[in-house]
Design a protein around this ligand. Structure first.
Ligand code: GRG
Length: 311
């Protein structure tokens, strides 16, 4: 990707992030959804701080683009995309806690436990995680048009998200990551950890778009494989950025992995090897999209961006 292409893609991503932000703003205002008793103001403010703070919104972008690949550009994809961002943001809020990574800065702002307090940050994360499932299950009072998702599609989305975010996915990956501070994993162990911690949600973002659009099982699987390839690329790029980028560009502390002596693939094999691996993963991701021709151009660019991003 040339610098110009990278900047162009970042602009597209930013424009789309603006839409996601607007939707999340309205979903997380004072209005109650069906069945809610009250939204405690301080908790709501902490949840908003955790999610409405200028992330790249990559996972929502992947949901929407995967859905568009199969001809769906409706509101359902936007709600599923917002749900995935809630889960992602919850994971960051909890990851930043003193008991985990103990970070003061996230997305260029004080972390939720710094801006509020630790107990509120834990609850804000819990609130965001569970809200995601409310969004995916669908509140008829809030749907703007006819509900085009079948009960089977909704169940596939709910289970898919639970598995991707759960103990066999992201939460399990975080547990392995904490264990890795005591016993260093080997190469296979690092890949498993990363496929779970960051890969599972990115993989599911791509599959979710295909589910929303009613794509065939084979297409769903292909998009999930694409998601796995870019999920691993995303983590490798993150490891490289931790070594090379500055904290201002990233909006969070950098150099933490090396400082902690953390087992990462760049630490094991060096930066050149990692860059070659990244190029291979992008090529694999592009190849998986070959059957879709021109229509997959934006998703292909997303794969390149993930590997070459600077923040
Ligand atoms: C605490 C259950 C639990 C899980 C935490 C994802 C995760 C698991 C921790 C995040 C730690 C971390 C910095 C991982 C590196 C990759 C990553 C997920 C980076 C942040 O994602 P971006 O770059 O962030 O998409 P933005 O802010 O743009 O949304």
């Amino acid at each position: 990707m040339t610098d110009h292409e990278l900047a162009e893609f970042e602009e597209t991503l930013a424009a789309r992030a603006f839409d996601v932000e607007k939707l999340l703003q309205s979903l997380l205002d004072e209005r109650l959804r069906t069945g809610e008793i009250a939204r405690p103001p301080r908790l709501l403010a902490a949840m908003r701080h955790g999610v409405l703070n200028g992330g790249k919104r990559l996972r929502p972008f992947l949901v929407a683009e995967a859905a568009a690949l199969f001809g769906h550009e409706g509101h359902e994809a936007r709600l599923v995309a917002a749900a995935l961002e809630c889960v992602h943001s919850y994971s960051l809020v909890h990851d930043d806690l003193p008991a985990m990574d103990d970070d003061d800065l996230r997305r260029g702002q004080p972390t939720v436990h710094k801006a509020f307090d630790e107990a509120t940050a834990i609850l804000a994360g819990d609130g965001l995680l569970t809200f995601a499932f409310d969004l995916i299950a669908g509140d008829p009072a809030y749907e703007s048009g006819p509900d085009t998702l079948s009960p089977t599609q909704r169940l596939d989305l709910i289970r898919g998200l639970a598995v991707a975010a759960g103990f066999g996915g992201m939460v399990g990956g975080q547990a392995l990551d904490l264990e890795a501070e005591r016993v260093k994993p080997d190469e296979r162990g690092i890949i498993t950890l990363q496929a779970m911690k960051t890969g599972a949600l990115i993989r599911f973002a791509c599959e979710a778009g295909a589910i929303v659009a009613g794509a065939s099982v084979a297409d769903r699987e292909r998009l999930a494989e694409f998601g796995s390839a870019i999920g691993l690329a995303f983590q490798l790029a993150d490891d490289l950025l931790d070594l090379t980028a500055d904290a201002a560009a990233m909006g969070k502390a950098t150099g933490k992995d090396a400082e902690a002596g953390k087992a990462t693939l760049p630490a094991l094999h060096g930066m050149e090897w990692t860059r070659r691996q990244l190029a291979g993963l992008v090529a694999q991701a592009h190849e998986l999209l070959e059957p879709y021709g021109e229509r997959a151009e934006t998703l292909k660019r997303a794969a390149s961006f993930v590997a070459e991003r600077r923040r």
